[in-house]
Every structure is written in C-alpha cells, then in structure tokens.
Ligand binder design. Structure first.
Ligand SMILES: CC[C@H](C(=O)O)C(=O)SCCNC(=O)CCNC(=O)[C@H](O)C(C)(C)COP(=O)(O)OP(=O)(O)OC[C@H]1O[C@@H](n2cnc3c(N)ncnc32)[C@H](O)[C@@H]1OP(=O)(O)O
Length: 295
C-alpha cells in the first residue's frame, strides 16, 4: 500500500530516528522479517475504539521480528484513522507480552543489529504513544521486559487482579531499549523508576496504583462470578473519556501531547493551532445551536 507524502511526513515528524541517525527502516525490516512467528492483530470498531492484540500465545506473546514489523504497520493504519478515538492494547490467551522473542534476541545479539532493533521499536512505540487516540494497555497475566515497556507506550494501564508488570531487563544484563525507561520516569518519577529497574520489581496491581503506574484494577471473570469479560470492562472504562465526536477527542489527545512534550511557549502555540481546528467546526456549531435553544 503506497503511503501519501503528507502521511509519510507526519510519520517522519513523529519518529525519533531517521537517516540522519544512521537509521534505515527498510534495512532493519529486512533483518527483522527473518524472525517469523505470531502477529499483531488490529480491530477498528464502529465505536471509534480499536483493539490491538499481541498474538503469539505459544511464546507468551513474545515479539518476533515479523511482529515488530506488524506493529509499525498497525500504528501507521491508526495514524490515518479519521473516526478513531480510543485504543486498547492487549495480549492473546490471557497474558500480555513477555518481551522480545529470545530466539530473535540471540540471533541479533551483535551491537549493531541490537541498536537497529532498538531504534525501530523506539520509533514504533513513540508513534504509538503519539497517536491521536486515548490508549489503554490491558494487562492480564504477565507484561515482562519489552512487554512492560509496551505498557508505558499507552496513555493508561489497567491490570487484572493477579497480573504482573516486571522490567526484567536487569536479569538479562540489560536496561530497557524500547524507550521504556524514559517513559517510566515520566510516569512514576525517577526514584520509583530506579527501584522498578534496579530491583526488577514485580509490580502487582496494588503497587502499580500506589506509584501511579496503573490507573485501574479489573476483576477477571474467572475470579468474580458474573464479571464482564476483561476487554468489555476496559472498553467501558475507556468510553468514559472517548464519548463525543472523533475530531474533538483527537484534539484533546493532541493538546495534552503538546503540553506533555513541548516547552511552554511552543505548547501554547500548538494548542492555539489545535483550538483553531475545532473552533467553529461542526461539533462546536452544533453545541452552540443546541445551547441557544435552552433559553
Ligand atoms: C528491550 C526488550 C528486551 C530485549 O529485547 O532485550 C526484552 O524484552 S528481552 C526478553 C525479556 N523477557 C523475558 O525474559 C521473559 C522470558 N520468559 C519467561 O520468563 C517465562 O517464559 C514466563 C515467565 C514468561 C512464562 O513462564 P512459564 O513457565 O509460565 O512458561 P514457559 O517459560 O514454559 O513459556 C511458555 C513458552 O513460551 C516461551 N517463551 C516465553 N517467553 C519467551 C520469550 N520472551 N521469547 C521466546 N520464547 C518465550 C517459552 O520458551 C516456552 O516455549 P516452549 O517451546 O514451550 O519451551
């Protein structure tokens, strides 16, 4: 599928690495493609909430090389979804993700290829976090290593009772490489980030809520008679924040993104520009018309 120049420009502006950093997306994709297995499945729903599923159950949803390529392609699809408002990222078979596929990791353990995989995943996860959609990581079972990093590339995290988020990198003689350390510091502060990374701490839902990493705890239907399926619970939670026209919800995410990432003056100018896209737009005019009837 050819990508429009404007979309390519938007993708480039949302990336951390490009050719000036020695990053050649096509070259690393060719290397990653050699490591097959699993898939990243995307369901875009009429409600405007999409579901992205990390699907490699025989490997506890570990990321093969081809799944890393899938992820980037699904993010591209979501970057170009005018009706989109929300996104839920989940794992298949009642567990989240156990990080990189260790078989792939062993095969690209040389420094150069490791760096390229790292840049590829940092680009993909940064674009995921910068989607104009409000995103939730739905954690069941375990989110380990790169899987824990993936949860930090969503706006919110909901955990099933009994599930675990663990940055196991230290046990691998590593530190996060998919951007998880930088995002974790923003989420929980540098001292809690040091504890989670230095101690490879198993974060259960209670600890996660206490340190501000987790935004809600869901009761699995196996544990609680009559509980709705977890995905339904997560959609109900997210829909509180995505009710309304897609352009307005997308503008909400964009103004928060600019406030979070940009220096104040630039954030204010960006907010002004985004405000300009909704001021006098259909949703605004409709709201004004309905209000005028309330006299
Ligand atoms: C920057 C990211 C970073 C990097 O790329 O450097 C990483 O993410 S490195 C990977 C970090 N992840 C891990 O170290 C987790 C490894 N897996 C485990 O610790 C366990 O498998 C666990 C706790 C997820 C599940 O344990 P359990 O005993 O319940 O099941 P098994 O261990 O028997 O696993 C079932 C089956 O899945 C395979 N598996 C699990 N995780 C991975 C993985 N990350 N890569 C490849 N394969 C994985 C495991 O080998 C078993 O397969 P089988 O053929 O049945 O032996």
């Amino acid at each position: 599928m050819s990508v429009s120049p404007r979309l390519l420009q938007r993708q480039r502006s949302s990336c951390v690495y490009s050719s000036i950093h020695g990053f050649n997306q096509d070259e690393i994709k060719e290397k990653l493609q050699a490591f097959h297995g699993g898939s990243i499945d995307l369901l875009k729903q009429d409600s405007g909430i999409a579901v992205l599923t990390i699907n490699n159950p025989s490997r506890m949803n570990a990321f093969s090389g081809s799944m890393m390529i899938d992820l980037e392609e699904r993010v591209s699809q979501l970057e170009n979804w005018p009706e989109g408002k929300g996104l839920i990222v989940q794992g298949a078979a009642e567990t989240f993700c156990s990080g990189s596929d260790l078989n792939a990791v062993r095969a690209i353990s040389n420094q150069q290829d490791g760096m390229k995989m790292c840049m590829f995943m940092q680009n993909a996860l940064t674009r995921l976090l910068r989607l104009p959609l409000i995103s939730v990581a739905l954690v069941e079972g375990r989110a380990l290593g790169g899987g824990a990093e993936l949860t930090t590339a969503c706006d919110f995290r909901l955990m099933e009772a009994g599930s675990v988020i663990q940055f196991v990198h230290k046990h691998m003689g590593l530190v996060p490489g998919w951007g998880g350390a930088a995002r974790l510091v923003h989420l929980v502060g540098s001292q809690n980030a040091l504890k989670l990374l230095g101690g490879a701490v198993k974060v259960d839902p209670e600890l996660g809520v206490n340190i501000g990493l987790v935004d809600g705890v869901l009761e699995g239907h196996q544990k609680t008679e009559g509980a709705a399926p977890l995905l339904q619970q997560a959609e109900n939670w997210l829909s509180r924040y995505t009710k309304g026209p897609a352009p307005v919800i997308q503008a909400v995410k964009k103004v928060v993104l600019s406030g979070r990432e940009l220096p104040l003056s630039e954030a204010l100018r960006t907010e002004k520009d985004i405000f300009g896209t909704v001021w006098g737009a259909p949703a605004n005019l409709e709201a004004l018309a309905s209000k005028s009837k309330h006299k």
